[in-house]
Design a protein around this ligand. Structure first.
Ligand SMILES: [Zn+2]
Length: 181
């Protein structure tokens, strides 16, 4: 197999950005092919994207973080369904982002969070989790007490309605958690 230097280089660049595994080439025909060459062209376009993050500093435990997050992108334009090719992503994950915004408003009004609360809307999730990966490298993991990534809450869960109950108090775990946040 011969591949030109430029096609090889472009292939490497693409593979670094989009990890898709090995390339597969099929040579079809009745002749036993010994040599063939491949020339490929890639166009790489850079888009500037940003996570959107809000912080409510803790009243007492400033160096302990509780994170609420979701992703604000969806998959864009695809195969039309009923003539509509725009995938709006109302459930995946505008519903999660709405929850993050409402939680931010709630805790800002309460003004009693002991720990630092971080509200994060991630970009480029559907193409490979790029926004959340970048975000995860900006914090020391030992400072993160809890993280709630909120995903597709616009419909009932396919696993049923499950509510964790504290074995000690027999009350919903969420209720206890929010009292101590
Ligand atoms: Zn999602």
């Amino acid at each position: 197999m011969k591949a030109s230097a430029s096609s090889f280089k472009a292939g490497c660049i693409k593979r670094n950005f989009f990890k898709t595994g090995a390339d597969v080439i099929f040579v079809l025909g009745n002749v036993d092919t010994k040599d063939f060459s491949v020339k490929a062209t890639h166009t790489i376009k850079e888009n500037k994207l940003a996570n959107v993050v809000g912080v409510l500093p803790g009243k007492k435990l400033k160096e302990e973080y509780v994170i609420f997050s979701g992703h604000y992108d969806h998959i864009g334009v695809g195969k039309p369904e009923n003539g509509d090719s725009i995938y709006n992503g109302a459930n995946d994950d505008a519903s999660g982002i709405t929850a993050v915004i409402e939680l931010a408003k709630h805790f800002q009004a309460q003004k009693n969070n002991e720990r630092t609360l971080i509200f994060a809307a991630f970009t480029a999730e559907e193409v490979g989790g790029f926004g959340s990966q970048y975000f995860s490298k900006q914090l020391s993991p030992e400072k993160v007490i809890a993280m709630f990534n909120i995903e597709m809450i616009g419909t009932d869960s396919k696993w049923g309605k499950i509510q964790p109950i504290s074995p000690a108090t027999k009350k919903p775990a969420w209720e206890i958690f929010f009292k101590k946040i």
